[in-house]
Design a protein around this ligand. Structure first.
Ligand SMILES: [Mn+2]
Length: 322
């Protein structure tokens, strides 16, 4: 059961709050937490946004991200709120700040395994937690200013794939429209988010295409990026973000994956598929998981052997569905 009023009660009663982001922070967890922070500070509350791990480069153009604290810098708070996650396990080293807080609440849109015992407002029918934060602001009688609207818009745009994923519906657009009315011209934000890529990323795209392998007449495609490739491009894992999309977009591809060798020799696999193949089932075979059309794994092994295993599994599924 959703408890919007109970969450608001927890927030109202707290003089100081920690708003906690999830591991591998994305635009929604950062944008939603920072926007809520701006709103609550206007009530005279002491509010910190806490995030496990570094802020990805892609979001650092939002100057509010410079105020985000690590778990080590956390203070003492009357209440802690999970934003865009519903279990402290997803909060990495910030999880204990939540567990130890006298009062707790959850604002999220992910499906949960177990309903949180703390007051929670979880809207799995929403495309982004940003929408739940807007509801919260409304219930608390807080005005969303332009700075908060920019943060919420980044959250909404990134979590819905620029209003393109299946989680986009009429209501998503209505919430977006309310934000655009507050922001004005949003083209600058979109340019910051999508208009530029680093040269290092572009060089990795080149490597991805050079090492591309096609199987089953191009229905299964993959590429392996080794440590040497990263060294030659002067690139790190952060520059590899989105490489898989280069393969996914190729006509006729049912399944694709990129295997990336980490500095410690372990492997990261990123996989995408069309409806014929469930990526999460394939990734589970090598210890990973995820969604039906987007999944991944982190493992130790030989890249070529791993690619062969994944390809064989895809081949078997495609034969079944033929
Ligand atoms: Mn989200």
């Amino acid at each position: 059961m959703n408890q919007l009023s109970a969450v608001c009660e927890t927030i109202r009663n707290a003089g100081s709050l920690a708003l906690i982001c999830h591991v591998n922070p994305d635009g929604d967890t950062l944008g939603s937490a920072l926007a809520l922070c701006l709103c609550l500070r206007k009530l005279g509350k002491h509010v910190d946004v806490l995030c496990p791990g570094a802020i990805p480069k892609a979001y650092r153009f939002l100057e509010e991200t410079a105020t985000v604290l690590s778990a080590q810098k956390a203070g003492e708070y009357d209440a802690a709120v999970l934003v865009d996650l519903n279990s402290p396990e997803r909060a990495g080293d910030c999880g204990d700040v939540y567990r130890n807080a006298p009062h707790r609440a959850v604002v999220d849109h992910h499906l949960y395994k177990e309903e949180p015992a703390d007051p929670h407002y979880i809207r799995s029918d929403y495309g982004a937690t940003a929408m739940a934060v807007m509801d919260l602001a409304g219930e608390l009688g807080l005005a969303i200013d332009r700075d908060a609207a920019r943060l919420l818009y980044v959250a909404l745009v990134t979590d819905t794939g620029r209003f393109g994923y299946s989680n986009t519906d009429g209501r998503t657009m209505e919430y977006g429209a309310r934000l655009v009315a507050l922001i004005g011209d949003v083209s600058g934000l979109i340019e910051e988010l999508y208009g530029r890529v680093s040269l290092r990323h572009t060089l990795l795209v080149k490597k991805t295409l050079e090492h591309m392998v096609l199987a089953m007449e191009g229905r299964v495609v993959w590429s392996i990026l080794r440590k040497e490739d990263f060294a030659e491009c002067g690139a790190t894992a952060e520059d590899a973000e989105g490489l898989i999309d280069t393969l996914r977009a190729i006509e006729g591809v049912c399944a694709c994956f990129v295997i990336r060798e980490n500095p410690d020799g372990s492997l990261n696999v990123s996989m995408r598929s069309t409806r014929e193949i469930r990526s999460n089932e394939i990734m589970e075979l090598i210890g990973g998981g995820g969604h039906a059309q987007a999944a991944g794994a982190h493992l130790n092994g030989d890249p070529e052997e791993t690619a062969a295993r994944i390809c064989d599994a895809c081949r078997a599924r495609l034969k079944e569905t033929k």
